[in-house]
Design a protein around this ligand. Structure first.
Ligand SMILES: Cc1cc2nc3c(=O)[nH]c(=O)nc-3n(C[C@H](O)[C@H](O)[C@H](O)COP(=O)(O)OP(=O)(O)OC[C@H]3O[C@@H](n4cnc5c(N)ncnc54)[C@H](O)[C@@H]3O)c2cc1C
Length: 239
């Protein structure tokens, strides 16, 4: 599993990974000059470390992702400072007509001021039509400005934040768990939740013991997918 599609045109692609569960165990056991003690004990150690917030060993498991997401999602993503970022530049390159169009519009949630709710009342088709026309008009002006000789760095000002961007994101497991706790949770915007779910799938595949221990000991959010996985991770083993 290398690339996971997200939203209409986005993705989270795992470029490379280093360390994994083994890297966490190695880092933890160096304290007393030890190494692996076998799968069962190593798995228990990972759960113990997370439960008791001995978090530095998780900084030795690294993930490099290539992400394509709308700019408004990237703005939220880039607030997470403990990671390395390199993003495509629309000063160097002229962007293609590559915008995110939501499948449905959500209404403003009046209980949670920053939230949104599904709505049957909104006229989804009419809103989408108007929205697409506005985006197309913006892109038309962008292209016309470039053609007229305006610099890419200025012409881009007319583009809306549903434009897709791409970046490389290298993050350690500790910081990734913080990201997932905040961004897979139901309080985060729905679009970034979908990206967090894709990250969680890569995480589960690359460091399964750490991911399981994260769900059992750290994850306190609400997300249908992660909650179901947590239930499985915490279920007593049937004999
Ligand atoms: C639902 C939601 C709503 C949000 N709303 C807003 C908003 O309205 N406005 C807004 O500006 N932001 C908002 N944010 C962004 C939020 O405040 C954080 O900037 C973002 O989630 C990154 O989290 P972080 O600082 O834990 O991550 P990182 O930057 O990756 O930091 C990881 C951890 O390192 C430690 N750390 C990092 N830097 C410092 C520091 N300078 N001093 C001490 N400890 C540090 C902290 O323990 C931190 O948790 C929102 C986030 C979420 C999830």
């Amino acid at each position: 599993m290398k690339e996971i599609k997200v939203l209409d045109k986005g993705f989270v692609r795992l470029v490379e990974t280093m360390g994994g569960d083994e890297g966490v165990v190695q880092a933890a056991r160096v304290s007393y000059a030890g190494t692996s003690k076998g799968d069962e004990k190593d798995k228990k150690l990972i759960a113990y470390l997370l439960k008791h917030q001995h978090l530095t060993p998780f900084e030795h498991a690294l993930f490099k992702f290539h992400v394509k997401c709308p700019i408004f999602v990237a703005r939220q993503w880039f607030r997470h400072r403990f990671a390395a970022y390199n993003e495509i530049s629309f000063r160097y390159t002229q962007t293609a007509e590559d915008f995110y169009f939501p499948e449905a519009w959500r209404a403003q949630d009046f209980k949670n001021k920053q939230g949104s709710v599904r709505s049957e009342e909104l006229d989804h088709a009419a809103l989408s039509k108007e929205f697409k026309a506005a985006v197309a008009q913006s892109f038309k002006v962008y292209e016309a400005m470039i053609k007229a000789g305006v610099a890419r760095e200025m012409a881009r000002m007319v583009l809306p934040v549903n434009l897709y961007t791409e970046f490389y994101w290298t993050v350690n497991a500790r910081s990734l768990m913080n990201f997932l706790s905040l961004r897979a949770d139901g309080h985060a915007q729905a679009e970034i939740q979908r990206f967090a779910e894709a990250l969680s799938a890569h995480f589960a595949a690359c460091a399964p013991w750490t991911y399981e221990a994260f769900l059992a000991n750290v994850w306190k959010g609400s997300n249908a997918r992660l909650d179901a996985q947590k239930e499985k991770a915490c279920a007593p083993l049937s004999s």
